[in-house]
Design a protein around this ligand. Structure first.
Ligand code: HEM
Ligand SMILES: [Ca+2]
Length: 667
């Protein structure tokens, strides 16, 4: 560890620390390499990049000559599903093979040095672990999945990709200023948009789906946490001996007009948020900028802390350190507490100050997942087939392409896959073994609170699992439950609300990331953009009249409509579908990339890294219901847990297939 610290000090220019430490051959080599690169690279990094990368704030006041983001040529062609990476053109003259930093070093260095990315950018272009293409397993940080065209494709701590170029608010479109201007001036406050377009009332709440259960909602959330986690900007601790500590930024709600560096607060109109706890300005911290590809000048990008691959990194962690921490080191098992819950962890997780937090890669662990099943339901039959996402019933099928880029896309994480926020209801509940309600409470008491998971008498995973499998989710529509739209992270349960609004955060997050308007992404998908606020052929073809009227109250031009708002308010493509066409297109393309960009995708027939035919066919027999039975120790469950009704009646768990572990015995 000490040696690693020394190397990291070296990155920040702490020469004294570097000379005092005992040097190994490799650290000498690294030092030499860094000096060499510094010389080589000086000319290729412009002043603009450095300013951009250090996140220098500019005033948010619009200058007189500030032009609106330039409109690019519109096109109606459906783009090719996979973008060929452009790794050839601008590659600076650096021998990347020299940099054999481990993923741990990369993580530690990034943690210390943010937001001073410019300083590390030249040094950290790691060839993480040396790639051996015959190594049969995934690397914990996702590196080396593609040893042919990019060893870091899809790896944790790389920049999120994009469908289309970002549109920020500063004249050079570099991202000092988030997207704050629309066609006719400043964009409306996210909270106002949320109040007008996305709110429920006491008398009107989103209707329930007639088919899909809450298991689908929270499994989709689990998938989301496997493929993306975008870190917020934090202040590195200035104490020289405690460089690993980062401080959360807490005071972003002081000034909405001239916000502090890294802050992007938004105005709150006259509503119940204005009370003794809150000012007129909602706290919001910008997400961390990511080192751009090859450290070349370019607009601000955002990081992904998770591996983009569907590799259960939410359970196992996205780095070697996390994986090692979570293992029992006996019998190939993960750590667990005595009740088979996750093990207790340090008080740094997402839990209340007086609670014992759980320790996991992310969240409660399942062992074998069928991601494909859920994409099928979310995307609908047409899109799932069209995007090569359907698995055959038996047998191998190669889908890997060395040119596919599996990185999670910014528009997917900041907008499209947040569609799940519309499916969330109002309660957390539990059911007894007869699937009768045992208890239920408003969800607002449960944010960061793990009491219900630990309460094995009334709630606990088993009873909550039954409740999720039996309870229908809300329809995906423009109504977001007041539990997350007014009471997110609330602490003052009985007095005036001091909660957040998740819908506003989604809108503001899109602007923080420079996500262009809804129309831009429609055009990317080959769909007609809306030019006027009506539902005719020139207008919002995929919306209903009432919704378009509301959009026109808060946006002065259709091009201004935020992607999250435009997508979440679309009508479903077909009767019975969950999504409308725009989110369907973006999510389908993302999942196609996850599949085709993953050398370890379970159906691939590659010697050494693939499953044998018997193993694969056995995996294909498994269902999520089986995982429910075994993980939650259930007696009965319906065979399709994401759905309810029809012929999908509850069965004894004994009749649901279990994996044959003999197939995995080393011979
Ligand atoms: C009660 C349920 C949920 C709560 C309380 C919740 C809360 C949150 C919060 C607080 C954020 C960060 C907002 C920001 O500042 O940008 C977030 C992000 C996100 N949520 Fe949810 N969410 C829930 C359910 C879901 C579901 C069901 C899905 C998907 C099906 C989903 C998908 C996402 C995605 C993709 C992100 C972006 C993640 C990232 O970039 O790090 N969420 N959610
Ligand atoms: Ca992952």
């Amino acid at each position: 560890m000490d040696r690693q610290l020394d190397k990291i000090k070296l990155f920040v220019g702490n020469q004294q620390a570097a000379t005092e430490s005992p040097k190994t051959d490799s650290s000498r080599q690294t030092e030499k390499a860094i000096n060499h690169t510094q010389k080589e690279n000086k000319s290729s990094i412009t002043q603009t990049t450095v300013q951009h990368l250090t996140g220098q704030p500019l005033s948010y006041k619009k200058s007189a000559d500030q032009n609106l983001p330039k409109q690019k040529d519109t096109h109606y062609n459906i783009p090719p599903p996979i973008q060929i990476p452009t790794y050839t053109g601008n590659k600076p003259n650096i021998d990347y093979q020299i940099y054999l930093f481990s993923s741990q070093q990369v993580q530690e260095a990034l943690a210390i040095l943010y937001p001073k990315i410019s300083e590390i950018c030249n040094h950290l272009k790691p060839q993480r672990e040396r790639c051996i293409s015959s190594y049969p397993y995934r690397m914990p940080d996702g590196s080396c999945n593609n040893p042919y065209t990019g060893v870091l494709k899809g790896a944790s701590l790389t920049a999120q990709a994009r469908f289309v170029d970002p549109e920020y608010g500063d004249p050079d479109n570099l991202g000092y200023i988030p997207r704050i201007y629309g066609k006719n001036g400043k964009l409306t406050s996210p909270r106002e948009i949320s109040n007008v377009v996305l709110s429920t009332t006491k008398d009107f709440r989103s209707p329930r789906s007639t088919r899909y259960t809450l298991t689908l909602v929270h499994f989709a959330q689990f998938v989301d946490h496997d493929v993306i986690k975008t870190p917020a900007t934090k202040i590195p601790d200035s104490t020289p001996n405690d460089m690993f500590n980062e401080q959360k930024i807490e005071d972003c709600d002081e000034d909405c007009v001239k916000p502090k560096e890294h802050c992007f607060p938004f105005e709150i109109p006259d509503d119940h948020f204005q009370n003794e706890f809150r000012t007129k300005c909602m706290h919001f911290v910008r997400n961390k900028p990511a080192p751009p590809e090859w450290c070349l000048p370019g607009p601000r990008q955002q990081l992904n802390e998770r591996t983009a691959f569907l590799d259960l990194s939410a359970t196992y962690g996205s780095s070697q350190i996390r994986v090692d921490e979570l293992r029992q080191w006996e019998g190939g098992r993960l750590n667990a507490s005595k009740d088979d819950l996750l093990p207790d962890g340090p008080p740094v997780g997402d839990c209340l100050p007086d609670q014992v937090c759980f320790n996991s890669g992310e969240t409660f662990s399942f062992n074998l997942e069928k991601y494909v099943a859920v994409t099928f339901l979310i995307l609908g039959r047409d899109m799932a087939y069209g995007s090569n996402l359907i698995s055959s019933k038996t047998g191998h099928r190669n889908s890997f392409s060395a040119y596919a880029d599996p990185s999670t896309l910014n528009e997917f994480g900041a907008a499209a896959f947040r569609f799940g926020h519309s499916l969330v209801g109002r309660h957390t509940g539990s059911m007894d073994r007869n699937f009768k309600i045992k208890a239920s409470e408003e969800m607002r008491r449960d944010f960061f609170n793990n009491d219900k998971m630990r309460d094995l008498n009334i709630y606990g995973p088993t009873r909550m699992g039954r409740w999720m499998a039996e309870t229908l989710m809300r329809k995906r529509d423009r109504f977001i439950s007041d539990q997350i739209r007014n009471h997110l992270f609330e602490t003052n349960f009985d007095g005036p609300s001091d909660g957040f609004d998740l819908a506003s955060l989604n809108i503001q997050r899109g602007r923080d990331h420079g996500i262009p308007g809804y129309n831009k992404l429609r055009m990317y998908c080959g769909l007609y953009p809306a030019n006027v606020f009506n539902i005719g052929p020139m207008g919002f073809r995929d919306h209903d009249y009432e919704t378009v009227k509301k959009l026109s109250q808060v946006y002065s031009h259709p091009n201004d409509v935020d992607l999250f708002v435009g997508g979440i308010t679309e009508k479903p493509s077909y009767n019975g579908d969950i999504l409308g066409p725009t989110f369907k297109c973006l999510i389908a393309q993302q999942f196609q990339r996850y599949k085709e960009g993953d050398r370890f995708f379970y159906e691939n027939n590659f010697p050494k890294t693939g499953f044998t035919l018997d193993q694969l066919n056995d995996i294909k027999k498994q269902t999520f219901a089986g995982i429910y039975c075994r993980s939650l120790k259930l007696k009965t469950i319906q065979p399709k847990v994401f759905e309810k009704g029809g012929t999908n009646r509850r069965l004894l768990c004994d009749s649901i297939p279990s994996p044959d572990l003999n197939l995995w015995k080393e011979k």
